[in-house]
Design a protein around this ligand. Structure first.
Ligand code: AMP
Length: 418
């Protein structure tokens, strides 16, 4: 199935193209026609399935048909991060439309949020607490809401937001379309869904990024040795389909430069690049002109390259969702992929969170032959701090080869992961 079949407005098709999506994901195939028909949805889907675009694209289409500048779609989510993420999806996919989106969440000043609302917006992505505050202060007009989305409803329930959500919904127009998404359906969520949905169509989807087909490994390494380790790993892998994630744009740019110097055909994909530059990097990676793509989380969202063999997390992602998104770039479509994550001692709590979601421990690996003590300054904290790895003295096998394209066919000595 193609996106063309949904007959979206050209402005929305432009957003899809910009995001780099080629084919709709299963949840998009199922949900988009239902939303376009203005029916309610009960969606059982996790993050990583493409569910945001599954509701955002048809919302943009439906809102495009009416008067702009009033809040006509309200999306309620549990966390600020998710609010920002969904808002960003609205901005990216709706760039060519005249529709505007704003976020409403606590922990930050109300002033810019109120200013955005006053300028007139069509979509609000909100967390329940702050939204209820603004409603109580009559600072937000929800009288024209036509579409309500509850995303990660089970998560909101876990966080104790259920009473707030019920209060909010009571004050929304009754004549509206409701899209309800949750990964699990405990009884209180089922009750909530039953009480607010009208003849919903149930949409149930597993992950597009099947974590089962990806094997995971952690590589404890001192921060300073990450560049050397990634070079050694890339030489071992000898793959022309490796995606490397860094925490910041700056690090992505610098690492891409370093890898380029080391002889790897590398492109960076980061937010300081123009849309054209990003597209060129992505196209180059897709067509095989680049073997390695170094990306940040935000810009990597639309990466849809089917045969990525390895994802290397040069830096630990900030959230478990980000980890799932990153590793979702490999192991797609029944293919198997490997996810290597570099870690420093500060990453331990994030590792525990990721392991909880995966439901298993991730093996700690060492790259055979890599000198983990090389070139560390005598006073580097990394020398004395435990890095969660045995410190066997190694012969310095990190002798650099002259810059060249990574040669093909070298035996892969990366320790296999469980
Ligand atoms: P979500 O489940 O909405 O958090 O989306 C998971 C990831 O899939 C995000 O990074 C999206 O940008 C990406 N995505 C959504 N739809 C598509 C698509 N049709 N093709 C490729 N990637 C997509």
């Amino acid at each position: 199935m193609q996106f063309e079949q949904f007959s979206f407005n050209p402005s929305i098709n432009a957003g899809i193209k910009n995001a780099g999506y080629t084919d709709p994901t299963p949840i998009q195939q199922q949900a988009i026609p239902v939303v376009l028909k203005k029916q309610d949805i009960l969606g059982l889907a996790q993050t990583g399935t493409g569910k945001t675009a599954a509701f955002m694209l048809p919302i943009l289409q439906l809102l495009g048909a009416g008067p702009a500048g009033h809040i006509r779609a309200l999306i309620i989510v549990p966390t600020r991060e998710l609010a920002e993420q969904i808002h960003q999806t609205a901005v990216d996919l709706g760039k060519q439309t005249r529709l505007r989106s704003a976020t409403v969440y606590g922990g930050v000043s109300k002033v810019p949020q109120l200013a955005a609302l006053r300028r007139g917006v069509d979509i609000v992505v909100a967390c329940p607490g702050r939204l209820l505050d603004l409603m109580n202060e009559n600072a937000i007009d929800l009288s024209q809401v036509e579409i309500l989305v509850l995303d990660e409803a089970d998560h909101m329930c876990d966080m104790g937001f259920l009473p707030d959500i019920r209060r909010i919904i009571k004050r929304l127009p009754a004549n509206r379309q409701t899209l309800f998404f949750a990964a699990t359906m405990p009884p209180e969520i089922r009750n909530l869904a039953d009480s607010i949905l009208h003849n919903p169509v149930t949409v149930q989807i597993g992950m597009i990024a099947p974590t089962q087909t990806v094997s995971h490994a952690l590589y404890p390494v001192p921060q300073l040795l990450k560049p050397a380790l990634v070079v050694s790993i890339l030489r071992e892998l000898n793959s022309n389909r490796v995606l490397v994630f860094t925490r910041t744009k700056h690090r992505a740019r610098n690492l891409a430069r370093k890898l380029e110097k080391e002889g790897f055909r590398t492109a960076a994909l980061q937010g300081n690049m123009s849309q054209n530059q990003r597209q060129a990097a992505l196209d180059g990676f897709r067509s095989g002109r680049f073997d390695v793509l170094v990306a940040t989380d935000i810009v990597a969202r639309g990466i849809d390259v089917s045969d990525i063999t390895h994802v290397i997390n040069f830096d630990m992602p900030d959230t478990v969702d980000a980890y799932i998104h990153r590793i979702g770039r490999t192991g797609r479509a029944q293919a198997t992929g490997k996810a290597f994550t570099f870690c420093v001692p500060e990453d331990e709590s994030m590792i525990r969170d990721i392991e909880k979601v995966l439901g298993r421990k991730i093996a700690r690996e060492r790259l055979p032959g890599f000198d983990y003590n090389q070139a560390l300054p005598q006073n580097s904290p990394d020398r004395t701090r435990p890095v969660n790895m045995p410190r066997r003295p190694q012969a310095n096998s990190q002798t650099r080869r002259p810059a060249h394209r990574p040669d093909r066919g070298a035996g892969a000595r990366i320790a296999s992961t469980k």
